[in-house]
Design a protein around this ligand. Structure first.
Ligand code: NAD
Ligand code: IPM
Ligand code: MN
Length: 366
């Protein structure tokens, strides 16, 4: 199989973990005789420094022509005081929007080997395996107006949705639930927000199309609590852009670290951008200690969703499971009696398994 892949390393640990992803893909191409061609482009802070904009046209064009995009992370203290159009995060929001990637799948899987890495009681975390389907191109992040008054004393952000935008993400979530344990929790704030009332209405209408899926509505405040007190009650969660952003970082606690969560940002035709849920981690950037597993698991999602290479995706996921089983972990994971390694060594250990082992099962189920 021949594919064109755009790499967007971005800032901070983004460039460190994207190297790990590329090495894993190289091992896959070698083993299965695929040909992946890589095109590296700037986004975020590095793009501001190099081109005066967080999202150069050249980067957008390359992504539009690619079969898939892998993104590291954007942002950092260097650009925190910039005006909003010159912030690295604008580049990330811009590429999601211009590619129309409305569905962000964030699987959260508690690997058995990391049960004790979570600060939560292991009997609470044990068996947690859920998928957050986050709406990614609407809601509070993109509504207009979003501005500050001339005198600086008034601000407005807008949470806006068209019915069609809610319908397509809800459909996507129902379909994901059908492939899993067939339970959908729609998370909203329908006791206060107009947008949530329409959201709930759409979910109620859609449920007739998916009779095999059970549906539940939860208010976001209660959902935030239940996510860490009864995580195994959840299968698929569908929610608005910002709720999904917050709940997914919270849910990472179930896995032991934010450095474990991959994601796929998709549209209906399978074109996708694959990115870890974490950010550029300025506190550890450049030190060679970042956990590359979120990025590596994101490449498995790319193999599955954009290229339909299920076996290859499973091999990558099983390799990750295996290194954890072998006791290797980066510093973000609290593992007793394990072996602490850096980004490169962790990647090397994953590669060993990718080149040698067979796999049949999907670990991440999404
Ligand atoms: P962050 O996710 O970068 O880091 C939060 C904490 O988790 C830090 O202590 C960090 O060291 C740790 N962490 C994150 N990923 C890790 C990994 N792979 N291995 C080990 N530890 C890891 O969030 P933040 O500090 O709030 O944000 C830093 C910058 O990243 C900001 O500029 C923010 O806007 C940006 N950001 C970007 C993305 C993205 O590009 N997708 C996502 C979130 C935040
Ligand atoms: C994420 C990040 C981004 C978001 C930021 C950096 C714009 O937090 O991908 O989760 O909020 O979507
Ligand atoms: Mn986030």
């Amino acid at each position: 199989m021949e594919k064109q892949i755009v790499l967007l390393p971005g800032d901070g640990i983004g460039s460190e973990v994207i190297q790990s992803a590329k090495q894993v893909l190289d091992a896959i191409t070698e083993r299965f005789n695929h040909t992946f061609t890589y095109h590296t482009h700037d986004i975020g802070g590095v793009a501001i420094d190099q081109h005066g904009t967080p999202l150069p046209q050249d980067t957008v064009r390359a992504c539009e022509q690619a079969d898939a995009v892998l993104l590291g992370a954007v942002g950092g203290p260097k650009w925190d005081q910039n005006p909003s159009h010159l912030r690295p995060e604008k580049g990330l929001l811009g590429i999601r929007k211009s590619l129309g990637l409305f569905a962000n799948l964030r699987p959260i899987k508690g690997f058995p080997q990391l049960l004790h890495s979570s600060p939560l009681k292991h009997e609470v975390v044990d068996g947690s395996d859920l998928l957050i389907v986050r709406e990614l191109t609407g809601g509070l992040y993109f509504g207009k107006p979003s501005e500050r008054s001339h005198d600086g004393n008034s601000v407005v952000d807008t949470l806006a949705y068209e019915r069609s935008e809610i319908e397509r993400i809800v459909d996507n979530a129902f379909k994901s639930a059908q492939l899993r344990r067939k339970h959908l929790t729609s998370v909203d704030k329908a006791n206060v927000l107009e947008s949530s009332k329409l959201w709930r209405e759409v979910v109620e209408e859609k449920k007739a199309d998916y009779p095999d899926v059970t549906v539940e509505h939860q208010l976001v405040d209660a959902a935030a609590m239940k996510l860490i007190t009864a995580p195994t009650d959840f299968d698929v969660i569908v929610t608005e852009n910002m709720f999904g952003d917050i709940l997914s970082d919270e849910a990472s606690v179930l896995t032991g670290s934010l450095g474990m969560l991959p994601s796929a940002s998709l549209r209906d035709d399978g074109v996708g951008l694959y990115e870890p849920v974490h950010g550029s981690a300025p506190d550890i950037a450049g030190k060679g200690v970042a956990n590359p597993l979120a990025m590596i698991l994101s490449t498995a999602m790319m193999l599955r969703h954009s290229f339909h290479l299920e076996k290859e995706a499973n091999i990558v996921e099983e390799a990750v499971q295996q290194v954890l089983q072998d006791g290797y972990h980066t510093g973000d994971l609290d593992v007793k009696n394990g072996q602490l390694v850096g980004t490169k060594e962790m990647t090397r250990r994953v590669l060993e398994h990718v080149t040698s082992q067979d796999a049949t099962n999907s670990i991440m189920t999404c």
